[in-house]
Design a protein around this ligand. Structure first.
Ligand SMILES: Cc1cc2nc3c(=O)[nH]c(=O)nc-3n(C[C@H](O)[C@H](O)[C@H](O)COP(=O)(O)OP(=O)(O)OC[C@H]3O[C@@H](n4cnc5c(N)ncnc54)[C@H](O)[C@@H]3O)c2cc1C
Length: 423
């Protein structure tokens, strides 16, 4: 049996480890935190949203972005201080505008494929993650937004997704708690929501039951490969290091993937696009009744919502280009709370838990899935704003590719082992 190291214990790493274990690989997962899903896969928007598959590479995003740069409370914030990383990312973003339609259709297909695996795994392994299959309602305040969404619907349909236009009256029937005046909406019945942190931890336990060795509290310092043997060097006490050897490895390290890829001779231009969420604790029966159960996406404010069980209501959004910075800014949290007060006035917002996370985003908004330069190095990373939605499909894809590669190169794969190395 071949030994594979999976680096990173977020949603992409855990699903990858699980999919590999199911195929009979001997898997070791390295995660620097004490638990799975403590970074971007901790408190995201919760949406399993094929209906949000539209990639952002569109001229309208660029114009909106420029307009928003002048407003402090805008959904997008760009630190104007230039860096090569940011500039190269934006240049590639614009360079991919020509692939907008193709990539939107492809993302839709991936999102639909992911559902099947994710639901099957949760059921087979008894993972409870507050799954709610009540659809996602996109809401629009003006005709321009609604008309653009109608065009997007055509692309989603090409990818196999059905979503329907709804009138303000129909919107009220779908989600009676939503206050405010709207031009119209689009409803995707087949979409759903759930708690990514709960799911990832549940699946990590299932992976362990399948024999995956999960090494928590392991800060990986360096990755290397000669194409036959992969080496994972982990920081050890007193400035030391420990080297582990495997037949192959998969990089699933979220926003750290760019640096690890560089160590392995690959370019994976992930940029950390920061977002915020609040989790409103619905403390009383009145708040529980006044909070929505259908998931929403407000296109103007770029906020998404999910109802997690009876007692939690999650609201997430905003995009900030400011490097690896995890600070939770009060002035970026405020608009999320205000939005809840405005759209769901019956919800008590006395107790909200703020959070910030970094979306590992590729400039073409497509995840990087597959082999690197070296034959035994693979990536499943860069899922940006849709990692929760897409991971089950990309984990299956990369696991299949690794199986094919290992079958092709069977004689080359040797056994794994551990060796100590000094720093
Ligand atoms: C505000 C917000 C809202 C979002 N809403 C949605 C949504 O509604 N639907 C959706 O589909 N997606 C959503 N996303 C995106 C989704 O959350 C991410 O795409 C996904 O969580 C990324 O998972 P990951 O495994 O790539 O990264 P992570 O979850 O960050 O996992 C990477 C792991 O690698 C580990 N790691 C890194 N470096 C090292 C090292 N040196 N040694 C050891 N371990 C290391 C980290 O500790 C981490 O656990 C949202 C994101 C944000 C920020």
């Amino acid at each position: 049996m071949q030994s594979i190291a999976v680096i990173g214990g977020g949603i992409t790493g855990v699903t990858t480890a699980y999919a590999l274990a199911k195929r009979g690989f001997s898997v070791t997962l390295f995660e620097r935190h004490r638990y799975a899903a403590m970074e971007t896969s901790f408190a995201n928007g919760g949406q399993l949203s094929a209906s949000n598959a539209e990639v952002w590479n569109h001229w309208s995003t660029v114009w909106k972005g420029m307009k928003w740069m002048l407003r402090g409370d805008a959904p997008l914030l760009v630190n104007p201080k230039p860096s090569w990383h940011k500039l190269s990312w934006f240049a590639e973003f614009v360079g991919n505008i020509g692939r907008y339609k193709q990539n939107t259709v492809e993302t839709t297909r991936l999102a639909i494929a992911a559902r099947e695996h994710l639901f099957a795994w949760a059921q087979a392994e008894g993972v409870d993650f507050d799954l709610k299959r009540e659809g996602i309602l996109h809401i629009y305040r003006d005709k321009a937004g609604f008309d653009h969404a109608a065009e997007v619907s055509k692309l989603l349909a090409q990818g196999g997704l059905e979503r329907r236009a709804v009138t303000p009256d129909e919107m009220r029937a779908i989600e009676p708690t939503l206050a405010g005046r709207y031009y119209g909406g689009f409803y995707t019945e087949s979409d759903s929501t759930g708690d990514i942190h709960k799911f990832t931890n549940g699946l990590a336990a299932a992976a362990q039951r399948l024999g995956v060795r999960i090494l928590y509290g392991q800060d990986v310092e360096r990755l290397a490969s000669d194409g036959r043997q992969a080496r994972v060097t982990v920081r050890a006490g007193h400035g030391g290091a420990q080297e582990h050897r495997f037949d192959g490895l998969v990089v699933c390290t979220g926003v750290a993937s760019r640096d690890f890829a560089a160590q392995l001779g690959d370019r994976v231009n992930v940029y950390p696009v920061k977002g915020y969420s609040i989790t409103v604790n619905l403390l009383d029966a009145a708040s529980q009744a006044a909070a929505p159960t259908v998931s929403l996406l407000d296109d103007e404010t770029k906020l998404v919502t999910s109802r997690l069980g009876t007692e939690r209501f999650r609201v997430a959004g905003t995009a900030e280009f400011n490097g690896v910075n995890r600070d939770i800014r009060a002035d970026r949290i405020r608009p999320l709370v205000d939005w809840v007060n405005e759209c769901f006035p019956g919800v008590n917002t006395r107790q909200v838990v703020p959070w910030a996370g970094l979306r590992p985003m590729m400039p073409n908004l497509m995840p990087r899935v597959g082999a690197g330069r070296r034959a035994n190095v693979f990536y499943n990373t860069g899922h940006g704003h849709l990692g929760w939605t897409l991971s089950a499909a990309t984990a299956e894809m990369v696991a299949e590719q690794i199986r094919d590669a290992s079958e092709r190169a069977q004689p080359r794969f040797a056994g794994g082992g551990v060796a100590a190395a000094s720093a």
